[in-house]
Design a binder for this molecule. Sequence first.
Ligand code: SF4
Ligand code: SF4
Length: 146
Amino acid sequence: MKSYFSELITGGWSLILGLKVTIKAMFSPIVTVQYPREKIEITPNYRGHIDLVKDAETGAHKCISCGSCMRECPSGCIVVEGEKREGVKGKVLTVFTLDFTKCSLCGACVEVCPTKALDYSNEYELAGYARSDFHYDILKRLEERE
Ligand code: SF4
Ligand code: SF4
């Protein structure tokens, strides 16, 4: 009989402790969001895949097609091609692709770029059905970006 009452008191006490946690949480500020209906602002330090930086004034990129990022990339996931055009100083960038399936986000390409033409995107919704969904045409993305 004694153990019956002892268990009753222990059970009641643990119920009160549990409710205390629940009630405290009910009145705490909400830190989660109803994703995907609600989205949080991504921190500027977030590292998504690389992207070409768009010059705010000209709307153009700053890539000079030197290929340093391609050579420096330890995963070999960047392809850069440029061509000489008449009347244009330096090379014109014609291809800039990234195979994001191989990228380790090491940042070597961003660091090595002599013109600071690369930065990390803040994209995180990157689900796909095939590996090819993660082969990005970085040049095209720049053109499509507002
Ligand atoms: S972040 Fe690293 S692995 Fe990814 S593309 Fe740049 S150099 Fe290559
Ligand atoms: S290192 Fe910079 S300038 Fe050179 S190809 Fe890569 S993005 Fe372009």
